[in-house]
Design a protein around this ligand. Structure first.
Ligand code: MEV
Length: 323
């Protein structure tokens, strides 16, 4: 065990482009990192035996990490630190987040990846090994979400655009894009629990396996086609697949009328297509646009139409490598 932490570490947020939920059943998925989703800074406490203090003000998180702290974040963080053979006392950790929490943008994976980097950093000769970081993050993600596929941890660690399949390489495979992709991320402001949504899909599949398995298979086929479209820069093919993905996710029971409304509004303001992203049941919608200007117009139109949204829609350009 080391008593050291690296002094700072970053992790990406994420949007799932195609393949959420079906990825849990072994189908492929495509996701993109949101750069510098979370940065953690570690400072030693004068009392090296004192409980670790964790604070991320924009997530309203201010915790002491002790085995008695009744909070999933405290449990998950201690699990990650223990898995990494890192210190479990004696540090203050401050986080600066550029993504909201519990919004389907990978906040828990960003936290566990950045924390794993803090703990593994002093033990590595250069950068900590990507697969080790993802494996450590997953230990924490299991506390939050039960049986996550690992997709969120892979994208949080790797950034860029990632193709992921459960059981293959833990950190996924980077994808080269034929052209950058302009997206608008639209937070619905409706909180949700990933674990509960994944469990809901599982129950629907258990009740109706012959109906739901083909839907899951179709989502997987759609990802294979989407990967080819992304690498060839075929935005209009990707747009059609995005529309179909939202409809198939609705068939799994994870959309909401509010998310359908945001998708329709994004298209009305000029997006090529829109879908829920992540577990659904709230969280965010992503809208695919053919140009930056079109994306800016979608942002402006949505901000005017939905002034009460707690977080405003924002523009992201997805590129190969770190976006
Ligand atoms: C959540 O961000 C993505 C899901 O596919 C769950 C998972 O992959 O573990 C819904």
């Amino acid at each position: 065990m080391t008593l050291e932490l690296q002094r700072s570490a970053v992790a990406c947020g994420k949007v799932i482009l195609l393949g959420e939920h079906s990825v849990v059943y072994g189908q492929p998925a495509l996701a993109a990192g949101l750069a510098r989703g979370l940065t953690l800074h570690a400072t030693p406490l004068p009392d090296r035996g004192a409980a670790i203090e964790l604070s991320v003000p924009s997530w309203a998180l201010d915790l002491r990490l002790t085995p008695d702290t009744d909070h999933p974040v405290a449990r998950a963080c201690l699990e990650v630190l223990t898995h990494c053979d890192g210190p479990v006392t004696g540090w203050r950790i401050d986080g600066e987040a550029r993504i909201p929490c519990r919004a389907g943008l990978g906040s828990s994976a960003a936290l566990t990846v950045a924390l794993a980097r803090l703990a593994l950093g002093p033990q590595a000769s250069a950068e900590p090994d990507l697969e080790e970081v993802v494996a450590a993050s997953l230990v924490g993600e299991r506390v939050f979400h039960g049986t996550p596929s690992g997709l969120d941890s892979a994208v949080a660690a790797r950034g860029g655009v990632v193709a992921f399949e459960r059981g293959a390489s833990g950190s996924g495979e980077p994808i080269e894009l034929g052209a950058p992709v302009s997206l608008v991320v639209i937070p619905s402001g409706i909180p949700r629990q990933t674990g509960a949504l994944v469990a809901g899909v599982r129950m629907r599949r258990d009740r109706l396996p012959t109906v739901i398995d083909p839907v899951i298979g179709a989502l997987g086929q759609l990802v294979t086609r989407g990967r080819a479209a992304l690498t060839a820069g075929q935005l209009h093919v990707l747009a059609e697949l995005t529309t179909v993905a939202h409809e198939l996710l609705s068939a799994l029971g994870v959309s909401l009328p509010e998310l359908d409304l945001l998708c329709a509004a994004a298209v009305r303001h000029g997006a090529l297509a829109a879908k829920l992203t992540g577990a659904g049941g709230g969280g965010c919608v992503i809208a695919l646009c053919d140009t930056r200007a079109a994306a800016q117009a979608v942002v402006t139109g949505l901000r005017a139409e939905f002034p009460a949204l707690t977080s405003a829609p924002f523009f992201v350009e997805i590129e190969s490598g770190q976006p």
